[in-house]
Design a protein around this ligand. Structure first.
Ligand SMILES: *Cc1c(COP(=O)(O)O)cnc(C)c1O
Length: 369
């Protein structure tokens, strides 16, 4: 007899999400100073947080004894205004991950289905499992979402379809024509979730907000964790019709986004300089990796985001070898990609160190064969 028998059965079946390995933990394990560790494992912003956000957060500390604005009025208004939407079209989440949970809470139960691509962000599967729904996985040849196949997978029980665009961990992006064709095939009982955590990185990302404005059953997710460099704060948002947002608001705890985070996010939105610098350093870093990897004959998936999937063979071994030398990347076996690692784009110095360490690990592995 164990306590498990009294727990929610779906929850017991869950395999917990494995985040990027923390810097402190790595430093302790290999006996280095945390400042010597290079973490390129969680698609974080190598320039750090928006400087304007830091100032706003310091000011907000003074009011830490007051509960946050549970309605998130100022931040939601600013977000709505920047996309030409109404405040009633915006919901805030403790990271956009939390909005994935609101969506599942709102629309899933054991009689429903959620559709996602084979190499989609793993959180979708975790959430579908948690709510007892059937998780329907659609093949993605060439690591690109096959939206025609995803449309064909829709049944009467389908409630949510997740399209991460650009997708994590593949970095691939479906284009406007593919999305538009897909949207003509989606029936009304299905909510299409466009998870756009990396929306600000590609030059011409497809427009999905037009479907929000048309009142279609879509929800667009964005985050402050990536381009704005505020991953530690946990702020993201969802954009949808008022009727969808009204439902999601009911799934939300009253003070899910703290006041420091709201202040930081609001200031970061206005920090055009930090956004431009982040895009620029990412573009340069991406070009450096593409050149370096091609020169070594290493296969990679061309990416529209701030990370890159690289075929190294024996991804777990490469991950562990690099870790021993103080460079944290992400092994991909939990994504059914045991021969690949995912590397986030860092500063120039971090990228060079990463390639140097990758070289050394790959030749050590080669030597043992
Ligand atoms: C990073 C990421 C998120 C956002 O996470 P937060 O909870 O906002 O930090 C959402 N979806 C995908 C696909 C991501 O890679």
């Amino acid at each position: 007899m164990t306590i498990d028998q009294y727990a929610n059965k779906f929850l017991c079946d869950l395999v917990a999400y494995e985040p990027g390995k923390p810097i402190d933990e790595t430093a302790r394990e290999i006996g280095l100073d945390p400042s010597q560790i290079v973490k390129l494992a969680s698609n974080e912003n190598p320039l750090g947080p928006s400087p304007l956000a830091k100032i706003a957060m310091r000011d907000a500390l003074e009011e830490s004894h007051i509960y946050p604005d549970g309605g998130g009025y100022r931040l939601r208004s600013a977000i709505a205004e920047s996309f030409d939407l109404e405040i009633s079209n915006v919901v805030l989440g403790n990271g956009s991950n939390e909005i994935i949970e609101f969506l599942c809470h709102t629309f899933l139960n054991r009689d429903t289905e959620l559709i996602a691509a084979k190499h989609a962000f793993v959180v979708y599967k975790l959430m579908a499992t948690l709510f007892g729904a059937k998780y329907v996985e659609v093949p993605d040849p060439g690591f690109l979402h096959d939206l025609d196949a995803m449309a064909e997978a829709i049944t009467d029980k389908t409630r949510l379809v997740f399209i991460a665009n650009p997708n994590n961990p593949t970095g691939t992006m479906v284009n406007q024509a593919e999305i538009d064709r897909f949207m003509t095939r989606v029936p009304e009982h299905v909510i299409v979730v466009f998870d756009e955590a990396y929306y600000e990185f590609p030059d011409n990302p497809p427009d999905t907000l037009k479907y929000v404005k048309q009142g279609r059953n879509v929800c667009v997710l964005r985050t402050f964790s990536k381009i704005h460099g505020l991953a530690a704060l946990r702020v993201g948002y969802g954009l949808a019709s008022k009727s969808i947002i009204d439902l999601l608001q009911k799934a939300r705890q009253p003070f899910n986004v703290n006041a420091i985070a709201q202040a930081g996010a609001l200031a970061a939105m206005a920090d055009a300089e930090h956004i431009a610098k982040t895009r620029a350093i990412n573009r340069e870093g991406m070009a450096y990796y593409e050149t370096s990897l091609s020169a070594r004959g290493l296969e990679f998936i061309p990416s529209f985001a701030n990370f890159l999937l690289i075929k190294t063979g024996e991804g777990d071994q490469v991950f562990r070898g690099m870790l021993q030398q103080g460079v944290i990347v992400r092994a991909m076996s939990s994504y059914k990609l045991p021969e690949w690692v995912r590397i986030s784009i860092g500063t120039d110095a971090q990228n060079r160190r990463c390639i140097e360490v990758l070289d050394s690990v790959l030749s050590a592995i080669q030597a043992t064969k």
